[in-house]
Ligand binder design. Structure first.
Ligand code: PRP
Length: 179
């Protein structure tokens, strides 16, 4: 275990099980159809890479990097798209792949944006959810697990770009993020 980690929250095996469970639901729900996986950079790359390899439906991959502006409690915030999709999602089934839902602002705005572009169906898969931090209510079709409000890193999640490469999800020692 990395020295900055206080405790392992989810082991590689536990993550694997969650990924397989989500994949199996996606495979059932989109059987016989094509899905455009919209991978939200950067945190979701590990989850997305593992998830799409378990999908049996036809998958196309595209990437987006976005963040939300402002602190409004409604989904009327503004989305800042740092990197946009190459795909025109009009008429497509879109699976948005995220690592974590916190306040819900980013995903709520992203969902709105993709729907506005005319997607046929939009579904969201997020590995983690912190319900205690939710400010905007957003529908998440597939959630790996709910977690407490702790500073988690690993499996794509970072603190100042560090720890993304860990193959488990760990809780950071307070002295690491307080310093
Ligand atoms: C994280 C996460 C979501 C967002 C969730 O991304 O991947 O996109 O924050 O927070 P919210 O529910 O409060 O909107 P981050 O901005 O840390 O970027 P990263 O994925 O590149 O690390």
């Amino acid at each position: 275990m990395h020295n900055d980690i206080k405790e392992i929250l989810l082991t590689k095996q536990e993550i694997d099980m969650m990924v397989h469970k989500i994949a199996s639901s996606v495979n059932d729900d989109f059987r016989g159809e094509e899905v455009t996986a919209v991978v939200i950079l950067k945190g979701s790359i590990m989850f997305a890479a593992d998830l799409v390899r378990c999908l049996t439906v036809n998958v196309k991959l595209d990437f987006m990097q976005a963040s939300s502006y402002g602190s409004g409690v409604e989904s009327s915030g503004v989305i800042n798209i740092k990197k946009d999709l190459e795909t025109d999602v009009k008429g497509k089934n879109v699976l948005i792949i995220e690592d974590i839902v916190d306040s819900g602002r980013t995903l709520s705005l992203l969902r709105e944006e993709i729907e506005k572009r005319g997607a046929k169906k939009v579904a969201i898969a997020s590995l983690l959810s912190k319900p205690s931090r939710r400010v905007v209510d957003v529908k998440i079709e597939y959630i790996g697990t709910e977690i407490p409000d702790e500073f988690v890193v690993g499996y794509g999640l970072d603190m100042d770009e560090k720890y993304r490469q860990l193959d488990y999800i760990g809780i950071l020692k307070p002295e690491v993020y307080m310093s």
